[in-house]
Design a protein around this ligand. Structure first.
Ligand code: ZN
Ligand code: ZN
Length: 629
């Protein structure tokens, strides 16, 4: 029997061929045996066609082994059509021919056709073997897998390693992890492939803990399973774990493009520029192919870490820019509030005949919203369908509501939502309420909340937003009412958290945090800052504090907001004059925004704050958002 079993790691693996009775010894150069052995060395479809032509010329086209190898080779070069013709020209194909053609269909995701061949072979009394079963199971849907499982048991193949591995894969891919695990646990020997299938299944279902236990217990790992585990952490918002595991991977083996894309996304989630730059230089120095995926991931990372110029540099250096690369760069400009640059890039796309996608429009509309360009945004929105033939989706409507609402056209935005072609989702209602809060329109907010409560559409965010709005207008009765409603609905407010990366370590702060080892120095720095601020005529915006407490108390609670602690730590732990980068999970409050502007002026430092919605670049007393955020 020839070697390789079917593996999920390599896509075009090949089922075994029938064993020739003897190996070729002194065969003439055009004997079927010689031609058959030549097939194994073909590198492209042209060589294969030449061999096939030679076989026909010398009258060997009905030689069984030669025919089988040709059939198998055609499908491994992606020529299922030719493979199929050979199969159909074969009288009484045996189990090897059937298995090969079933496998070829499985590789091309044509599982139903594969099953038809299986039915055909059984009706012709050709007995399937373990490779037939694993070929059928390869990549098939859970429902088909469940039908085939009893067949495997009846034929006595269910304990065969390849069949069992394929079954684990079917159940795991289909999300039936309990059945997958039962089969997996009963395997006498765990192959790399079955372990990877099981881990992939857990990761897909968000069960990272179980995946990690299996991963840690693996005797050997290939790049595929490292990527599955690291990618899982990135997908489920655990970027720190992803980076830690990546460092571990570097000590064992070289990462590939897939790994790099995943860890760059982790850096972007964390906003850690230093780590992101390190990975960029790793890409340059380790001959990792700078394909469009890696390039786009770099653009995204730099943009999320506040390095907009670096993002543009990567974009400019990228060869064969596709629409995804354009979309990333447009999104980067949007996030940084550079609407003009985003629009220039958009028209550049048009000149290069790169057709925009629905994602391009999300970027452009966001850019307009961040800069308050209402009429430009309206024009772009209308052109989507009329000029580009793209039907706006819920995201685009969301962008429009954001654009109108932020700019203060609240009634227009409300009317827009009520007349949308698609049903508004909680995000859209949240956006609208956000705008009411931004412009202090309690009346409309109450109307919207009533509308939502009546239709059972209110969620945690609804209550929090209205509560914030009441707080901002010192309506403490309203705040108390919302607080009771939140309590009865079991809703909790997300605590604000800011982080800063200093020398490859991420430091996190929540409001009033005293857990940092340098806490004493940080609070001393805060005192110093407060002194500077007073000297610059700063008055705390106590109106935005949501507790019904005295003025001094409210001033104190503002002064220890998480971003201030992070900035104070940045000031004492980085070089004078260097820029400070902060990532905040919530929207930055207007008081901290004011304070950060002043700090940038007093310390002559550039401070970049990434909040939930966008970037703020503070330099010399002003912010890139122009106080519009
Ligand atoms: Zn604040
Ligand atoms: Zn700003």
């Amino acid at each position: 029997m020839l070697s390789p079993p079917i593996s999920i790691a390599t896509n075009r693996s090949i089922p075994p061929s029938p064993s020739p009775s003897s190996t070729a010894r002194h065969q003439p150069s055009h004997s079927p045996e010689t031609l058959a052995s030549l097939i194994a060395t073909t590198k492209n479809i042209r060589q294969l066609l030449q061999i096939h032509a030679a076989a026909i010329r010398h009258g060997h086209d009905n030689h069984l082994i030669l025919k089988f190898k040709l059939q198998r080779s055609y499908s491994s070069f992606g020529r299922l059509d030719s493979s199929l013709v050979l199969f159909e020209l074969t009288h009484n194909p045996d189990v090897f021919f059937y298995t090969s053609i079933i496998h070829a269909h499985a590789v091309d995701n044509l599982h139903k056709r594969g099953l038809q061949f299986y039915v055909q072979m059984i009706s012709q009394d050709v007995e399937p073997n373990e490779f037939t079963l694993s070929a059928l199971l390869k990549g098939c849907a859970l429902e088909h897998g469940k039908t085939l499982h009893p067949h495997a048991i009846k034929l006595g193949f269910d304990c065969n390693m390849h069949v069992r591995t394929a079954l684990v894969d079917v159940y795991s891919r289909g999300g039936d992890l309990v059945s997958a695990r039962q089969l997996f646990d009963k395997m006498p020997e765990r192959s790399l492939v079955s372990l990877t299938s099981m881990i992939t299944g857990y990761v897909k279902n968000g069960d990272l803990d179980n995946a990690r236990v299996l991963f840690d217990g693996m005797p050997e790992r290939d790049a595929v399973c490292w990527n599955v585990m690291i990618g899982g952490y990135v997908k489920y918002g655990k970027p720190t774990e992803a980076l830690t595991l990546f460092r571990k991977m570097l000590t064992k083996m070289n990462p590939n493009e897939v790994t790099i894309v995943a860890v760059l996304s982790a850096c972007g989630q964390l906003g850690v520029l230093e780590s992101g730059k390190w990975i960029h230089s790793y890409v340059k120095n380790n001959s990792i192919h700078m394909n469009v995926h890696v390039g786009t991931a770099l653009i995204d990372m730099y943009s999320k870490c506040g390095g907009l110029d670096d993002a543009r540099m990567v974009f400019d250096q990228l060869k064969n820019k596709d629409v995804i690369a354009y979309n990333s760069m447009i999104a980067a400009y949007a996030m940084h509030g550079c609407c003009r640059e985003a629009l220039i890039l958009f028209s550049d796309m048009g000149r290069r005949r790169t057709r925009p996608t629905d994602i391009s429009f999300i970027g452009i509309l966001n850019a307009c919203a961040h800069s308050g360009l209402v009429s430009v945004g309206k024009g772009v929105f209308l052109s989507m369908k009329t000029k580009h033939g793209i039907e706006p989706s819920i995201e685009h409507y969301g962008c429009m509501v954001n654009l109108l609402g932020r700019a203060g056209f609240l009634e227009t935005a409300y009317g827009f939502v009520k007349n949308m072609k698609v049903d508004p989702d909680p995000v859209i209602w949240g956006t609208l309420l956000d705008s009411c809060s931004l412009h202090g329109n309690v009346h409309l907010a109450e109307e919207i909340v009533k509308f939502l409560v009546d239709r059972n559409l209110a969620n945690s965010g609804t209550y929090i937003l209205l509560s914030n709005l009441y707080g901002a207008t010192s309506n403490w009765v309203g705040v108390a009412r919302m607080r009771t409603m939140m309590k009865t609905h079991g809703v909790q407010k997300e605590p604000g958290c800011s982080s800063i990366e200093v020398r490859n370590t991420v430091h996190e702060f929540v409001a009033g945090d005293v857990k940092h080892p340098n806490s004493k120095e940080i609070y001393m720095m805060l005192e110093e800052i407060n002194g500077w601020l007073k000297g610059h005529g700063y008055r705390p915006r106590t109106d935005i504090v949501l507790h019904d407490v005295g003025k001094t108390e409210r001033e104190r609670s503002l002064a220890v907001h998480s971003e201030r602690l992070a900035i104070a730590f940045g000031l004492i732990s980085t070089e004078p004059g260097s820029s400070i980068k902060i990532v905040k999970n919530l929207r930055v409050c207007s008081d901290c925004h004011e304070v950060t502007k002043l700090i940038s002026k007093i310390t002559r430092r550039k401070i970049v704050v990434r909040d939930r919605n966008r970037f703020h670049h503070f330099t010399d007393g002003s912010c890139s958002c122009g106080d519009y955020w």
